[in-house]
Ligand binder design. Sequence first.
Ligand code: FDA
Length: 398
Amino acid sequence: MLHSYDAIILGAGAAGLHCAAMAGQMGARVLLLDHAAKVAEKIRISGGGRCNFTNRDTTPAQFLSDNPHFCRSALARYTPQDFIALLQRHGIGFHEKHRGQLFCDQGSERIIEMLLAECEAGSVERWQPCAVRAVRHGAAGYEVDTDRGSVSAPRLVVATGGLSIPKIGATDFGHRLARQFGHRIVEPRPALVPLTFPAQDWAPFAALAGLSLEVLIDAGSGKKRTRFLEDLLFTHRGLSGPAVLQVSSYWRPGEPITIDLAPGRDLATELKAAKARSKRQLGNELAAQLPQRLADTWVQRQGLDASLPMPQARDRDLEALGASLGGWQLQPDGSEGWRKAEVTAGGVDTRELNQQTMESRLQPGLHFIGEVTDVTGWLGGYNFQWAWASAAACATAL
Ligand code: FDA
């Protein structure tokens, strides 16, 4: 005789915990399973340990998906304000850091404690660590064989997340389970991830490692072309920082990215104007406009003499210098991959899910929530907001 529940939720991460708590509090008997020993490890390490748990300015425009309108309904029905209200009920302090990004004052652990308390209030049973061996659909609904025995429920929720950071428990389990029930998977790829460049192309820029500045960055092509005004960080192997993490979600192998290192400025015109009044050397003049190391590297890269007095500089060299700083085009050869990616782009194809309930259109009673779906947010709290909103949409159906 299988022990049975109203719903079994696989994955006790952000989406799984929130869904379990809400469904439990609405009266469903919920079993939550996770193969990891520690609960919600990604919440713990998120936002540098302070969990950027939502973004006040969330709209569907900050999400990527092959089915871009899918996320609208869930995001509209469970808003950042709903999650903020939950924190406030638990007396958890938070602050806004940058462009609507909300962080927890006392650290991510408080969010985990809150979600666990909410699960307890919903009498959620949690088995952890618990390995899932097999899932079937039979007479008793969904039958799940685990290393603690077999259980069943008429509804099964897959909240096992994406592929990033395998060392803390990420697996492709959710994608495999989706395929088992006939679902298509939009090809998963690392997103919000630093980009890398061929060693020989990168050598001239290696001296810039550690330098950070605000840039305008562009990637993608056609309708998928996107630009961000964000901070860029030079590393020994390539580029990182919010600017590159954001475009990495849109970048496809073989495509270039373009960076304006002096956004909002026309450096060519500024340099030509400086030529008329400045007695500085070219290198020093540029260093007055940009970080010194960047100025040095660019003068060298353009094959110019840094010690040339400005009045002797040729207009066409100043124009070329300004243009190359304003439209630096590079060809990444890859990314730092799953080891460093904050999220997975792609996943369970949402054209086969119901946007109101996250339920499969192919297999009644089977739901997919959170990062396992093909819905990927920008950097800045949007991925957690998707986890909360998709969980809430699903919970109403359990
Ligand atoms: P999540 O990954 O949270 O949970 C999935 C759960 O399923 C895990 O507990 C895992 O152990 C379990 N699981 C996997 N395979 C299983 C199996 N075979 N059997 C049983 N259980 C299984 N987002 C954001 O909005 N703000 C932020 O500040 C950050 N910061 C951040 C930092 C870093 C370093 C990373 C890697 C990611 C972020 N993110 C983020 C992204 C955010 O963490 C992520 O989008 C959500 O945690 C996704 O929630 P889910 O519940 O879908 O998956």
